[in-house]
Design a protein around this ligand. Structure first.
Ligand code: DC
Length: 226
């Protein structure tokens, strides 16, 4: 059993760079829950499209999504696609370039949502992405929306890229983030939006630990009915 009692679903949404992946992963570790990285699932399907040479909106790809097997292991640290570990490959540039086009296809989204709901039904989870609080788990026990200023999110992304020896500027990363926000917020299907009952957490001037502690405190407060 996890540390907060019976089966529980914590859902988190927010834009790229809001810190939700790191925060969700740490909360999952601390509370003994499964971490569900929904973006990784869209990335895995994108990889499938690349490997099989299928267009994002092709009926063949939609069929593959229906029948493929996606599974998280190692408490959400690894993702398996049809039993193959694709954890590293889903973060490579070809996937980065194509994933938004795959994630906007409604038939693909509806299949991935089914996979996510199946995982959620199997046990307690911390799930994060763009539509977890609104579409995938509208009845989640806890909902959070993480946000941060564009400048702060660009600084975080720049630091990651510098670690990978990628030579770029803050201005260009900021422009990329703005473009991604625009795509996430304005797309026709399941755009990024704040669920009415989500707690909004502005992470701009907070450390990861501060955000994690804040969320765990909120969960603890509601659990014991304060
Ligand atoms: O969070 P990420 O960068 O791994 O997400 C990859 C892509 O998938 C990004 O284009 C947003 C999209 N995505 C989505 O549409 N819905 C989700 N629940 C999670 C990610």
């Amino acid at each position: 059993m996890n540390k907060i009692g019976s089966q529980v679903t914590i859902a988190m949404d927010g834009p790229a760079g809001s810190g939700k992946s790191t925060v969700a992963r740490r909360i999952a570790e601390k509370l003994g829950l499964l971490y569900l990285d929904s973006g990784a699932m869209y990335r895995a399907i994108t990889l499938l499209a690349i490997h099989r040479g299928l267009a994002a909106d092709s009926p063949e790809l939609i069929n593959q999504v229906k029948t493929c097997h996606i599974e998280f292991t190692d408490n959400g640290k690894k993702i398996l696609l049809n039993d193959k570990d694709v954890t590293v490959e889903i973060r490579t540039p070809p996937v980065n370039r194509l994933v938004a086009d795959v994630a906007k296809i409604p038939e693909i989204r509806s299949q991935i949502v089914k996979h996510q709901q199946r995982i959620g039904a199997e046990g307690s989870i911390v799930a994060e992405g763009r539509d977890l609080t609104t579409i995938v788990f509208p009845d989640a026990d806890f909902k959070f929306y993480l946000d941060a200023s564009v400048r702060e999110r660009a600084k975080r992304r720049l630091a990651e890229l510098r670690k990978q020896n990628v030579d770029t500027t803050l201005e260009s990363v900021e422009a990329e983030i703005q473009e991604r926000d625009e795509k996430d917020i304005t797309r026709a299907h399941s755009p990024l939006r704040t669920a009415e009952d989500a707690i909004i957490v502005d992470t701009t001037n907070k450390t990861i630990d501060e955000v994690v502690d804040f969320i765990i405190a909120q969960v603890g407060k509601q659990e014991i009915g304060l």
